[in-house]
Design a protein around this ligand. Structure first.
Ligand code: GRF
Length: 199
């Protein structure tokens, strides 16, 4: 069984997709152990509680230094003996010591086809604004391992999505979530679970 922790910051639609896939049996061999947000108001925490998944807020605002926050986040994760940590819209920089503690055990969903429109400053709607400004005809989403860079780790899965005439950043974001993110993130988790169970 792959023990999974999910880090969130916002609405949690990617979290919800993972929960739905596990509960419906579309994903097997995976146990959702904990959801942690840096944002106490993240609706993603509500989604976790609605499905009886332990949910916590660990916010930098509650610690005197970033180092203390980093240590608190790591300590909370350690409690759950996780095999995989999923960043599902987590907007906090992952501390180097966390990447070192969980090598090739942290994955992230990014709403573009990396290496396009990624890296520092490319998050949320900014990604789609940049794609539309560049005039790309295809965008999409990427699941990748997290290393000590920003959106630079090995790519696991990608899915392309058509950009349509008249798209706004919000419309494109929604299409990429529906057609790509909510599909490839659960699929990537299943792939990793299968690899663990075969090992
Ligand atoms: C998604 O668009 C994801 O690609 C990005 O942040 C957003 C999270 O949305 N990393 P949600 O919280 O999963 O609804």
């Amino acid at each position: 069984m792959l023990r999974v922790g999910i880090l969130v910051s916002g609405g949690g639609t990617n979290l919800q997709s993972i929960i739905d896939h596990v509960e419906s049996g579309k994903i097997t061999g995976v146990s959702l152990e904990v959801v942690i947000s840096n944002n106490a108001d993240a609706y993603a925490l509500e989604r976790a509680k609605n499905h009886n998944i332990p949910a916590f807020c660990v916010s930098p605002k509650n610690y005197a230094t970033r180092e203390e926050f980093n240590d608190a986040l790591l300590a909370k994760l350690e409690e759950y003996r996780l095999d995989l940590i999923v960043l599902a819209g987590f907007l906090v920089v992952i501390p180097k010591k966390m990447v070192e503690r969980y090598p090739m055990q942290i994955i992230n969903i990014h709403p573009s086809l990396i290496p396009s429109f990624c890296g520092t400053g490319y998050y949320g709607l900014k990604v789609h604004e940049a794609a539309l400004a560049r005039g790309v005809k295809v965008s999409g989403a990427t699941v990748h391992y997290v290393d000590d860079g920003t959106d630079t780790g090995p790519i696991i899965m990608q899915k392309a999505v058509e950009v349509q005439e008249g798209d706004t950043p919000e419309i494109l974001q929604r299409r990429i979530m529906e057609q790509a993110e909510w599909k490839i993130l659960p699929a990537a988790i299943q792939k990793i679970a299968d690899e663990k169970n075969r090992a």
